[in-house]
Design a protein around this ligand. Structure first.
Ligand SMILES: Nc1ncnc2c1ncn2[C@@H]1O[C@H](COP(=O)(O)OP(=O)(O)O)[C@@H](O)[C@H]1O
Ligand SMILES: [Mg+2]
Length: 228
């Protein structure tokens, strides 16, 4: 059953929050969701432990998942539950690679900033490498988080068209303060998950080289340490 991994090597972009929100939506509407917490900081396991009563019966949070256990955890959960969501650490480690290798969809949350986009690009490159290694297309899609649909920051105005030009699929909806927002006309137009097809998995990304995956500029790279 569908395995959805949340990946971006940058921390604080909304991976855990988006995974949890989606898990709760699926838990309401389906017979079962497993939320795998593969972040050593255990944000979702801690959330679950705070108040176990608020967790619906249809939602299971699996804590303490490491690179040794993640593949079996995903496979076992996928055999039992209609949905498996995997929240990953904000880095590029072996567990992240394994989860991407098992995913039916990789959701790449990012805010509308160049720094986030740079790390998102690293994850997308990893997904594309794994697609080649496993000889199967692993679909991915970017979701803008913490990005107001009303206030289009300078970084967002720079990055959004570059993603569009390079055929990077972007979800029409954005997460803003915990609420999904209406899609902008530009992202709605190019989104592979428009209102009429929003329950479908995005079309496989193109495998053509993406110029935006290269460094933006020497000055923009100088403050960053590559993590992959
Ligand atoms: N859609 C959103 N709108 C506003 N704030 C958000 C949103 N998603 C996450 N946040 C906030 O951003 C911070 C980092 O989110 P988190 O999900 O922990 O990121 P990550 O898992 O990528 O490290 C948290 O304080 C969270 O409440
Ligand atoms: Mg997290």
């Amino acid at each position: 059953m569908p395995v959805i991994a949340f990946a971006n090597s940058k921390g604080g972009v909304g991976k855990s929050t988006t995974a949890l929100a989606l898990a709760q939506v699926f838990a309401k509407g389906s017979s079962g969701v497993t939320l795998i917490d593969a972040d050593p900081n255990q944000p979702l396991a801690r959330w679950a432990a705070q108040d176990p009563d608020r967790i619906p019966d249809t939602l299971a949070v699996l804590p303490d998942i490491t690179e040794e256990t993640i593949v079996d955890a995903i496979d076992t959960a996928a055999a039992r539950n209609p949905f498996v969501l995997v929240d990953l650490e904000g880095s590029a480690n072996v567990a992240v690679s394994y989860a991407i290798g098992r995913a039916d969809l990789v959701i790449v949350p990012m805010r509308g900033s160049q720094l986030d986009a740079d790390q998102a690009a690293r994850v997308i490159k990893l997904v594309e490498r794994e697609s080649k290694a496993y000889r199967r297309t692993i679909p991915y899609v970017v979701i803008y988080t913490c990005t107001s649909p009303a206030l289009r920051s300078r970084g967002f105005r720079h990055i959004d068209p570059i993603l569009a030009e390079n055929g990077i699929p972007v979800l029409a909806a954005r997460w803003w303060n915990g609420r999904p927002s209406a899609p902008s006309s530009s992202s709605a137009a190019r989104s592979t998950t428009s209102r009429t097809t929003k329950s479908t998995i995005p079309a496989p990304p193109s495998t053509t080289p993406k110029p935006w995956l290269r460094p933006w500029s020497p000055s923009s790279m100088s403050a960053r340490q590559p993590r992959m």
